[in-house]
Ligand binder design. Structure first.
Ligand SMILES: [Zn+2]
Length: 339
């Protein structure tokens, strides 16, 4: 099969990768219906993370093509959604809801789902079947559930989003935008999106932002305080992963409040004394998307949410390099690759 390989920063090609096969009795092989490029794929693309001839992609939806001898909960022909960490969903960490830290976890990014076929380890724990074959128009939303929606949902929960609360979202990429949607679904009364870009500010509004703050850094923090009786917000999502965004999130949070951080931190170092006196809870990391998948699939299936609108560019897999460029240059929020 032909799949995406990143040879070096900025050098993405679609080329022959060899077909995957069942290796373990707990594996499933899926025919990928759609896949996508992640904001985190841009770190190696920009040379911030090392990369050398790596198969790419960790988000996927598709149809089960073959299962190993021990697979019980999914069968050939099922349409399935999985997260970017394969997990057994049975170990103590999984049962506590932290499947992204499963003791047997396998990163799907190491297998590379930007391809027509993907091997999914620990299939029973990793994959969730939809109630039937989805209508074509539901596929983008189901694909969003595989990472960006699930990650935004976790961030909103980790930030303590709930009925009547005010939630600030730092970051206007796909995860930040879907954290806005999640905060609203979790009952937040007010959702303040921090974004400078006109098109993304408009998108933030469509996902339920009630206020938009264009300022950044100290000015952004001051603006959030103005909007929250001078206290800062009780719930803040950080969905970027830089020093500036992390400090903006912490400083926008009131004492006793929560920061849910899901931007993959690069070069972030937290000042201990400031943290000590902030009285802020920090919780985040790679989102345990698998915890949320059954609920998210139901909400999408019942057409209660439409996170698929986060995809603003669709390309065939063969043109993946163009998709990376568009996301790198911020011409696209999120690129859907059809297979
Ligand atoms: Zn586990």
């Amino acid at each position: 099969m032909r799949g995406v390989v990143m040879h070096a920063p900025g050098d993405v090609r679609v080329e022959e990768r060899g077909d995957p096969a069942i290796l373990e009795p707990t594996d499933a092989l899926i025919r990928v219906s759609a896949t996508t490029i992640c904001g985190s794929d841009l770190w190696p693309y920009r040379g911030v993370e090392e990369v050398h001839d790596a198969p790419m992609g960790h988000e996927y939806v598709g149809v089960v093509e073959e299962v190993g001898a021990d697979v019980r909960t999914v069968k050939v022909g099922d349409f399935v959604v999985g997260s970017f960490w394969a997990s057994d969903n049975t170990c103590e960490i999984c049962r506590a809801g932290y499947q992204s830290h499963c003791v047997r976890r396998v990163p799907m990014g190491s297998l590379g789902t930007q391809a027509p076929l993907a091997r999914v380890p620990l299939a029973d724990g990793t994959l969730v079947a939809t109630p039937g074959m989805p209508d074509e128009d539901l596929i983008p939303s189901l694909l969003a559930a595989s990472d960006v929606l699930g990650t935004g949902w976790f961030a909103a929960e980790a930030a303590g989003a709930g009925p009547g609360r005010t939630v600030v979202v730092v970051g206007d990429g796909a995860v930040g935008l879907l954290a806005i949607l999640a905060a609203g679904r979790l009952g937040a009364q007010r959702v303040i999106a921090m974004s400078r870009h006109a098109d993304r500010r408009a998108l933030a509004r469509t996902f339920g932002a009630t206020d938009v703050v264009g300022e950044r850094g100290d000015e952004g923090v001051a603006r959030v305080k103005e909007l929250t009786d001078g206290l800062g917000a009780p719930c803040v999502v950080e969905a970027v992963g830089t020093q500036e965004s992390m400090m903006q999130a912490i400083r926008s949070t009131r004492p006793g409040g929560h920061v849910g951080y899901v931007g993959v931190g690069h070069g972030v170092s937290l000042p201990g004394m400031e943290l000590f006196f902030s009285g802020v809870h920090l919780h985040g990391g790679p989102a345990p998307v698998r915890r949320f998948l059954p609920d998210l699939i139901r909400l999408i299936w019942d057409r209660e949410i439409d996170p698929g609108t986060v995809f603003d560019l669709t390309l065939p897999l063969e043109r993946a390099a163009e998709g990376y460029r568009a996301m790198d240059e911020r011409r696209a929020v999120k690129v859907l690759l059809t297979v």
